[in-house]
Design a binder for this molecule. Structure first.
Ligand SMILES: [Zn+2]
Ligand SMILES: [Zn+2]
Length: 322
């Protein structure tokens, strides 16, 4: 009879199940934290190397071993394969016994046989979800995809806000180059203004996402999740109050005043088509400003803004994640 159990010995050694990936080779994951349950995909083998490394949820930052992040679909798939294998082994075992019984009772008065009546166990196939943003972590090279834009890297845990900021500033730089090469002065002006607005929007998105991600470190978590960076002077005060550091610290007074003025210019571009109002005169500290006239922005100004915001951004990211 022992021979018959060979079908199960194979199962005892464990069933290796290869999980299907999406078309780019990414495997789905789901945060086990009940309040989160966020879905993301990772490409195994592209990030940190080593055994038993933990996984970070890109959305809430929850850290747990990798095997806690299986999706319900993956669990069902693995379960259905295991059930199928057990069923197959039982069927094979029954057939062996049946053959044996028939052989032994061949010449006796009572004939014996055996039949396996196991049900059918379909494999629960699934497809990984297509998410919104593909990221290659610039700290550990992990390829992953997420909903939204901002995230912690599932492997090394570094928040990608600075990476996204740099990507956006590269686009602004391209706009500035386009403007400088444009023969049409109207178009050139438009591109520079657009570049300035985009630089401010990118920094606003970056600042908000960074403060949101590290809200736990703030003196008031809810307020930290709601800091706007469209007005950089207000943002500086809020960061000082909630996180206890100076956003302007890496710049000298003149550089900070320049940044603040650029943000005021963005405000005019967004709300008055660039026409100078009293609020601008009061706040922008711009000696060339004349009420009712249009503000001017040149390529070097826009370029200087992204250089300075890069310095402020790096410092904000470092201070928050320290
Ligand atoms: Zn989570
Ligand atoms: Zn990483």
């Amino acid at each position: 009879m022992n021979r018959a159990f060979r079908h199960f010995r194979r199962l005892e050694e464990g069933i290796k199940v290869a999980l299907p990936t999406d078309e780019n080779g990414l495997t789905g994951r789901e945060c086990p934290k009940p309040e989160c349950l966020g879905n993301f995909n990772v490409k195994f083998g592209t990030g940190l190397k080593g055994e038993n490394l933990p996984c970070h949820c890109p959305y809430c930052g929850h850290i747990a071993p990798h095997d806690k992040f299986w999706t319900p679909e993956q669990n069902e798939y693995v379960h259905s394969i295991a059930t199928n294998e057990v069923s197959k082994a039982l069927k094979a075992l029954t057939q062996d016994w049946d053959r044996d019984l028939r052989q032994r009772t061949k010449n006796s008065f009572i004939k014996m046989s055996m039949e396996f009546k196991g049900g059918h166990h379909p494999i629960r196939y699934y497809q990984e979800k297509q998410l919104e943003t593909n990221v290659v972590c610039d700290s550990c090279t992990l390829e992953y995809s997420i909903y939204g834009v901002f995230a912690f890297c599932p492997d090394c845990g570094v928040h990608n806000s600075l990476q996204i900021l740099h990507k956006n500033f590269e686009l602004v730089e391209k706009e500035i180059v386009l403007a400088q090469n444009a023969n049409d002065t109207e178009l050139a002006k438009h591109l520079i203004e657009d570049g300035l607005e985009n630089a401010v929007s990118a920094f606003d998105g970056f600042g908000r996402a960074s403060c949101f991600a590290f809200a736990d470190k703030a003196s008031n978590k809810e307020q930290a999740k709601d800091i706007s960076f469209q007005n950089i002077v207000n943002a500086k005060n809020r960061v000082q109050t909630l996180y206890g550091f100076n956003l302007a610290e890496p710049l000298d007074d003149e550089q900070w005043a320049f940044v603040a003025r650029c943000f005021q210019k963005r405000h005019l571009l967004a709300h008055t088509m660039g026409v100078i109002d009293e609020d601008y005169i009061k706040k922008a500290n711009d000696p060339s400003a004349v009420l009712g006239r249009k503000i001017t922005i040149d390529a070097e100004e826009a370029r200087q803004l992204i250089n300075l915001l890069d310095i402020v951004g790096r410092n904000l990211h470092k201070s928050l994640s320290a």
